[in-house]
Design a binder for this molecule. Structure first.
Ligand SMILES: [Zn+2]
Length: 469
């Protein structure tokens, strides 16, 4: 089965052909760690997590890197305003980011470089850019990249000519030779945020870190450094354009063979932004909906399309996931058997088609309804039940959901205190049944039902789930 991806340079879907047979190197731009992650971070992480899982399912050995930008104006501002050290701030947000990603089921990257730990590689790359005449120093000690030295500047984003004022807004300086030029190194003297290097005392600009990290951690020495470079669509210009240009000028090689970009997240039809006050922090969404449902909801729309977050949609999407868990309940306690190869191929085919997750979810819906129908007709078909268990395990591996205990799934939203009360009543009912006091056992069942708890006696003992009263 071939992997097809939408490449941002060619602006079309292409068959993925790795640099080294059987291996894939991926670099995804990670967060700047000065604040909690929002839904946009979640969407980007999920998009490339699906890429990682799909390529692995196709048999590739995947090496994935995702960086942390841990030195930046926003972090420094926070440091000055909070009396905390740079490291206190960045360590805190890196930990939060990683635990929130874990809750979403996003696999950790194999390489997680930090800018402050990559100064050697950054220094080396800037020095080679200076040597090649592609960078220049201005009076205050800052070093700029000279975009005029790269005749392919703009070929990635296709937008340089009409958008060059964008970049001048981002890196304003009167000393730049061209508005498109951008800072590689910012001279400074404050000890905590400055590094003493052959470039002088200073700190790196944002764009250079990704190029330098790729140079440091990936050893392809041919035409391309890595197979796939990814990130949110907002990074295409100027960030990715600048990364591509720096690597091209410093090494003579292209940074990546393919580029992939995920779409934006909107909240109820509006762009999510701090100024609009509708930034949706991931921690808040996780607290309300839980990681698995949030993941399911966020991947229900193709990664390249913009995503419109809307609670009503989320709750109706939950019903689809509930159906999978109801099926899982019907095969509870059954050992896994042979995976249905037709189901596996159809699901993987959907994901291999530029991560068509919305199609993949409909393949899963069909599997669930066909399985339910057949279970109605053949309730004792053990082999079939084992195949269903295997199918659900495969869904968990490839898509990252469906792996929870089906009974616990339907117990969400019930506090630990309530749970212990419920378990106590279930134990009392068990005692009553043992003593053949069926009247009391029934009364307890009714009492629990009144609390919104339905009991099911299974081979594995009495289970319960939450029901709507
Ligand atoms: Zn980057």
């Amino acid at each position: 089965m071939q992997m097809r991806i939408f490449d941002s340079i060619q602006k079309r879907k292409v068959v993925f052909e790795p640099i080294k047979e059987g291996e894939v190197s991926i670099y995804v731009c990670g967060p700047t760690v000065y604040d909690d992650a929002h839904l946009g971070h979640a969407r980007s992480a999920l998009s490339f997590d699906m890429l990682n899982r799909t390529l692995k399912a196709l048999g590739y050995k995947v090496t994935m890197a995702k960086n942390f930008t841990d030195i930046d104006d926003k972090i420094i501002n926070k440091m000055h305003n909070s009396n905390k050290s740079l490291k206190e701030i960045t360590d805190y947000y890196i930990d939060r980011y990683l635990s929130e990603m874990e809750a979403l089921g996003v696999k950790r990257a194999d390489i997680e470089p930090k800018a402050t730990e990559s100064i050697d590689a950054i220094e080396q790359m800037i020095n080679s850019l200076i040597k090649k005449g592609c960078a220049y120093r201005v009076d205050n000690g800052d070093i700029y990249f000279d975009t005029s030295k790269d005749n392919r500047y703009g070929t990635l984003s296709h937008m340089v000519n009409n958008e060059d004022d964008m970049q001048s807004r981002i890196c304003q300086s009167d000393q730049k030779r061209d508005p498109k030029d951008f800072a590689l190194w910012k001279a400074c003297s404050e000890p905590e945020i400055c590094f003493d290097t052959t470039l002088g005392k200073g700190r790196p600009g944002w764009h250079i870190e990704c190029s330098a990290m790729i140079e440091k951690h990936f050893d392809n020495k041919g035409e391309y450094r890595i197979d796939i470079h990814g990130g949110g669509a907002d990074l295409l210009f100027p960030h990715h354009e600048n990364e591509a240009s720096q690597t091209r000028c410093a090494t003579g090689c292209e940074i990546a063979k393919y580029w992939m970009h995920n779409g934006f997240v909107q909240i109820d039809g509006e762009k999510m932004s701090k100024s609009l006050g509708n930034s949706f922090f991931l921690k808040d969404a996780l607290g309300v909906y839980g990681g698995e449902l949030l993941r399911f909801y966020l991947i229900s729309v193709h990664y390249r399309n913009d995503f419109n977050f809307n609670e009503e949609d989320l709750l109706s999407t939950k019903k689809r996931l509930d159906k999978l868990y109801r099926l899982k309940k019907r095969v509870y306690g059954i050992k896994s058997g042979t995976l249905d190869s037709e189901f596996k191929d159809t699901l993987l085919e959907a994901m291999s088609d530029d991560l068509n997750s919305s199609k993949a979810l409909s393949v899963i819906d069909t599997m669930v309804s066909v399985a339910n129908d057949r279970l109605d007709k053949e309730p004792k078909n053990r082999q079939f039940k084992q195949a269903i268990v295997a199918n659900i395990e495969y869904i968990d591996t490839l898509m990252g959901f469906g792996g929870s205990d089906p009974f616990e799934w339907f117990q969400q939203g019930i506090s630990d205190e309530q749970k212990s009360k419920i378990n106590k009543l279930i134990a009392q009912r068990g005692e009553a049944k043992k003593a053949k006091d069926f009247k009391k056992a029934d009364e307890i069942r009714e009492e629990l039902l009144g609390m919104g708890v339905q009991l099911m006696d299974t081979n594995e003992g009495t289970k319960w789930e939450r029901v709507d009263r």
